[in-house]
Design a protein around this ligand. Structure first.
Ligand SMILES: NC(=O)C1=CN([C@@H]2O[C@H](COP(=O)(O)OP(=O)(O)OC[C@H]3O[C@@H](n4cnc5c(N)ncnc54)[C@H](O)[C@@H]3O)[C@@H](O)[C@H]2O)C=CC1
Ligand SMILES: O=C(O)[C@@H]1CCC=N1
Length: 279
């Protein structure tokens, strides 16, 4: 994407409420796509996190909301679901004209609209590979967000990776369970594969290198191949061979079923967060 598709240097600013992991990942994507630190405002109450934003991205963050937020055409909500409601109070008076983008897990746009007194809201569920421009973000637009608003969100997130729109807000609970939390499952399997490599006599460094290279290679193959993952899996699996032995063991332990159950727990937790903190 060319930098001309993002706001130019005299355009209004993008404000982040909360300057932690996700804000930093999205801000990193924006800065690598032509925005300057001066075009970004961050409200972040913790001094250490403000210092990390300055050191990592050159962004000067504010300890609390003030009238400078009124310059923002887009406000990105990157606070934990538990503090979202209280965080809106000092921000709302300055940002009624802005488009609002929330990345908070679970919190429904009904609640955000009520807290902020605006209907121009898009909800996003990004993931941490956004840090390296390889994120996956699911998006849902409230009816009050216009086509231009949706395009602005797509442009802003373009530097973080791929985006897709869902049509029902409840589908974001599934997106959260799949791609939002998904990097943690991948890291979990990576850890297990590297541990197994060590148990079988490989040095830790080599075990991790083999596991990591296998993940990247297999994911890239699946992405580039026209064939379904199941077909690619069958190609690796010689009858009576080593992969067959491993897959039989996985089936015997019902790993796929347990995995699906685990992801449904994440989906349920997303809905629960909404019910608990979106009142
Ligand atoms: N970490 C992840 O993989 C993903 C996180 N999310 C969502 O992103 C949101 C933020 O998560 P993280 O960045 O991981 O958390 P984080 O804890 O790194 O960042 C949240 C930041 O909000 C700040 N904060 C607390 N109260 C505030 C207030 N009243 N006003 C302004 N800032 C305040 C905190 O000091 C903290 O720096 C969460 O709602 C989470 O559900 C979404 C997708 C993926
Ligand atoms: O664990 C969480 O609640 C957040 C949402 C998706 C990834 N991290």
């Amino acid at each position: 994407m060319s930098s001309s598709t993002l706001p130019s240097s005299d355009s209004p600013t993008i404000a982040f409420i909360g300057g932690g992991n996700m804000a930093s990942a999205i801000a990193g994507g924006l800065l690598s796509h032509g925005l300057t630190p001066r075009q970004l405002l961050v409200v972040e109450p913790f001094a250490a996190t403000r210092e990390a934003l300055k050191a990592g991205h050159g962004i000067d963050a504010l300890p609390a909301a003030d009238e400078r937020l009124a310059a923002a055409s887009l406000v990105i909500w990157a606070v934990k679901p538990q503090v979202f409601a209280e965080a809106t109070q000092p921000v709302a008076p300055f940002t009624r004209q802005a488009l609002h983008l929330s990345v908070a897990a679970g919190i429904p746009t009904d609640a955000i609209a009520r807290w902020l007194g605006t209907e121009r809201i898009v909800r996003a569920m990004p993931n941490t590979p956004a840090l390296v421009g390889l994120g996956m973000t699911g998006l849902f637009a409230r009816a009050g967000a216009q086509a231009d608003d949706r395009r602005q969100v797509e442009r802003v997130l373009a530097g973080t990776g791929q985006t897709l729109w869902v049509t029902e807000e409840t589908q974001l609970d599934a997106v959260t369970a799949l791609s939002g939390s998904g990097p943690a499952y991948v890291f979990y399997f990576l850890e297990a594969m590297a541990q197994a490599g060590q148990d079988m006599g490989l040095p830790a460094e080599q075990a991790l290198q083999l596991a990591l290279g296998t993940f990247v290679g297999a994911a890239t193959l699946a992405q580039r191949s026209p064939e379904a993952p199941a077909t690619l899996r069958e190609r690796v699996t010689s009858k009576g061979g080593t992969t067959f032995a491993a897959l039989e063991s996985l089936r015997g332990s019902q790993v796929a079923e347990h995995f699906i159950t685990a992801m449904k727990a994440a989906q349920a937790r997303s809905a629960e967060l909404g019910a608990e903190f979106g009142r």
